[in-house]
Design a protein around this ligand. Structure first.
Ligand SMILES: Nc1ncnc2c1ncn2[C@@H]1O[C@H](COP(=O)(O)OP(=O)(O)OP(=O)(O)O)[C@@H](O)[C@H]1O
Length: 670
């Protein structure tokens, strides 16, 4: 780890701003980091009015007090360029939302979405016009009631499609006794939506809130959706009472919060698992970790056995929940129908399949939907062979890779295929197009989004682009093509947090766990390239507040990602993707809390270190894919900048290699 006050320097140059020859006044003076639009009290408006701005881009030297621009170079610039610099022009501008996502020829209505919901959807999300391809396949199956295994690219609309399908599902009603002992009909929760972290829970809640508020008449929101996550301000007793009084149509929860409630009798009564009709597990590969099978003839076998043992010792809350909800299925799997067995049921069924599907209907076992952008072979094998949660006789597998879909219907006549490949390899075979139609989709998928992947390597002597990184022309073309974007009001950028919150004395007196040069490289790259919102993903075990603190001491408008924060949080979920902010924000999150997030204004993701490192496994590649998948969604542009130390750079290149991506130079680093 580099010394805080080391000689290390990071060389930056202004991008194409000076290469066009449209320069005007020669500006010369010193300017600190805040001048690049990274301070929460950015004077950028004032700067924009003047053409005699002082500039200090050039040699950037990290210092321990966070003022990293200590050396000044004379630069020639124009007012247009100044405007671009102060608002963080970047190699990627936020894209307007009127792109054309790969859509199906069906309409939401023809897929079975209720007319009132379609109308509300149009008002709430005017950009959502037609279902995407995955939504076409998913919504039909979701409404049909079959179990579903779902895999498609990040940002293809899986979670959004799940929300629409669940909203349309018929409301479950049971007969209940009121306080006078009279029978009456009572609404119960229809669907349970399990997600890995609370920000994703709030994002889904927010989507539903927007649609529900456009319904005419609009029902009370808590009768349609409620969220159960840890860290809620309300005490558990109040949450239980609310669930009992008004069971929501959809309950969105994190697994741990669900188990906390399920532990008590009162909580179990409120959750009413036996009346559920659908259970969705989003990001299932994250929530149900499994170990990659290793070739028994190779020496990894011991490592595999150790990994399995570890998982079995801590199976995780999602496994526990699914074991509870699907205990009848597990029993059926363990004791399948035996026509020779004595008993009154003898001879009632002709086959195991017949028996199984009859029992499923009789016992009203809820539909199970498992979804992720990454479903590795070992997870699929675990689900089909070991878990017992899925009905292998009535399952839809909707799996897409590079825009090519493989949809297989598992029915009684065509039960689930067993293990697909024997052992995990880092590169799973790519789906290849086999006909013209597929080739068309495949090509469209290749064009979808324009994500640039860069790797910055930090050493004691500075920061460089990884060896072999290509010079990317596309970046400036994208910038030119997209033209001007709207400016956000400075007012909305006022901090709603007290920055002092992070100024803990202990941070100044304890050694930082972060490499200061890495942090400064991130701060600088953010300052010169992010127009609106960036996201920094740090390892799951890294201290988030400390990272925010350190970035703030460098003048970066950094915030821990928290969608719960009323105004600020919801702001990030809005569709104002064409907004460039006067004072860009860097959101900081850990690896554990980024899956599934959809922040339309996001253009840049910074990754600190090799995700799920130090070694490169399938888990590492998947983690990178999910992190990178926060940008470039639905055809937008995006940039992923990994900041790694020297000993990690080959590993990071390998991750990109596996994903068949080539690192491109981050232009600002000379
Ligand atoms: N049919 C549609 N037309 C246009 N935009 C859509 C459509 N469906 C979803 N979107 C938008 O696409 C974005 C991504 O959707 P979503 O989060 O559901 O993708 P995802 O496949 O679940 O991604 P991830 O795998 O990263 O969780 C959201 O902003 C959503 O509003």
């Amino acid at each position: 780890m580099g010394d805080v006050g080391s000689e290390a320097s990071v060389r930056y140059k202004l991008k194409n701003d000076f290469s066009h020859g449209s320069t005007s006044s020669l500006l010369q003076s010193s300017r600190n980091f805040e001048d690049y639009g990274v301070s929460s009290s950015s004077p950028s408006r004032m700067r924009r009015r003047t053409s005699t701005l002082t500039l200090g881009l050039g040699l950037v030297t990290p210092t321990h007090n966070g003022r990293i621009f200590t050396s000044v170079r004379t630069l020639t610039t124009s007012p247009r360029c100044l405007n671009a610099i102060t608002s963080g022009p970047g190699s990627v501008t936020p894209s307007p939302i009127d792109y054309s996502p790969p859509s199906s020829s069906a309409s939401f209505k023809s897929l079975g979405i209720e007319a009132s919901i379609v109308a509300a959807l149009r008002r709430a999300f005017p950009n959502v016009k037609r279902p995407t391809e995955v939504q076409d396949k998913l919504i039909k199956e979701l409404i049909g009631g079959r179990d579903i295994l779902l895999k498609d690219d990040t940002g293809s609309g899986k979670s959004f499609g799940l929300v629409l399908g669940l909203l349309t599902k018929p409301r479950m009603v049971i007969e209940d006794e009121d306080s006078n002992g009279e029978q009456k009909l009572k609404r119960v929760t229809t669907s349970l939506f399990i997600v890995p972290h609370r920000d994703l829970a709030y994002q889904l809640h927010h989507w539903i809130e927007r649609i529900v508020s456009e319904l005419e008449p609009s029902p009370p929101l808590n009768s349609i959706v409620q969220v159960l996550v840890r860290g809620e301000a309300k005490p558990q007793t109040q949450l239980i009472q609310e669930l009992k009084d008004t069971p929501p149509h959809i309950l969105i929860c994190t697994p741990q919060a669900f188990l906390d409630m399920h532990k008590t009798e009162e909580g179990r009564e409120a959750l009413q698992l036996d009346t559920l009709s659908t259970v969705v597990v989003d990001e299932v590969d994250y929530l149900v970790p499994t170990a990659a099978r290793k070739d028994p003839n190779k020496s990894f076998r011991k490592a595999y056995e150790k990994a399995v043992k570890k998982i079995m010792m801590h199976p995780g809350p999602t496994r526990e929940i699914l074991n509870e909800i699907y205990k009848r299925r597990i029993e059926m799997r363990q004791h399948p129908y035996d026509p020779d067995e004595e008993g009154e049921e003898k001879g009632r069924w002709n086959s195991t399949e017949e028996w199984r599907n009859d029992m499923e209907a009789e016992e009203e076992i809820p539909q199970l939907v498992l979804s992720s952008a990454t479903l590795r072979v070992h997870l699929k094998n675990y689900l089909f062979e070991e878990s017992g949660w899925l009905n292998g006789y009535n399952l839809a597998k909707i799996v897409a890779k590079n825009g090519v879909f493989r949809v297989s219907q598992q029915t009684a006549a065509n039960p689930v295929d067993e293990m697909e490949y024997d052992y995990e390899t880092l590169d799973e075979p790519a789906e290849v197009p086999v006909n013209d139609e597929q080739r068309k989709r495949w090509n469209a998928a290749q064009k979808r989004g324009n994500i640039l992947h860069s790797i910055l390597v930090v050493s004691d002597t500075g920061v460089t682009n990884v060896e072999g990184a290509a010079i990317e022309q596309a970046a400036s073309e994208v910038r030119e093509a997209e033209g001007e974007t709207k400016e956000a009001e400075e007012a909305s950028e006022e901090s709603d947090e007290d920055p002092k919150e992070y100024y803990h004395e202990k941070y100044d007196s304890t050694e930082s766990p972060f490499n200061p040069i890495s942090m400064e490289a991130i701060a600088s790259a953010f300052a010169v390239d992010v127009p609106s919102v960036g996201l920094l993903v740090i390892p799951s075990s890294a201290p988030l507040q400390r990272a925010v603190y350190e970035l703030r001491t460098m003048g970066v408008n950094a915030h821990g990602l928290d969608l719960l924060k009323e105004r600020r949080g919801k702001d990030y979920l809005l569709q104002n993707a064409d907004v460039r902010r006067a004072n860009p924000t860097l959101l900081v999150a850990t690896l554990a809390t980024t899956r599934g997030l959809d922040l339309p204004t996001l253009t840049h993701v910074f990754v600190l270190g090799v995700p799920e490192g130090p070694s490169v496994t399938g888990r590492t590649v998947d983690a990178y894919l999910h992190i990178a998948g926060r940008v470039g969604r639905f055809g937008r542009s995006g940039r992923v900048i990994s900041v790694v130390e020297e000993h990690e750079s080959a590993k990071m290149v390998r991750v990109l290699d596996t994903l068949r991506k080539k690192p491109v130079q981050f232009e600002q680093i000379i």
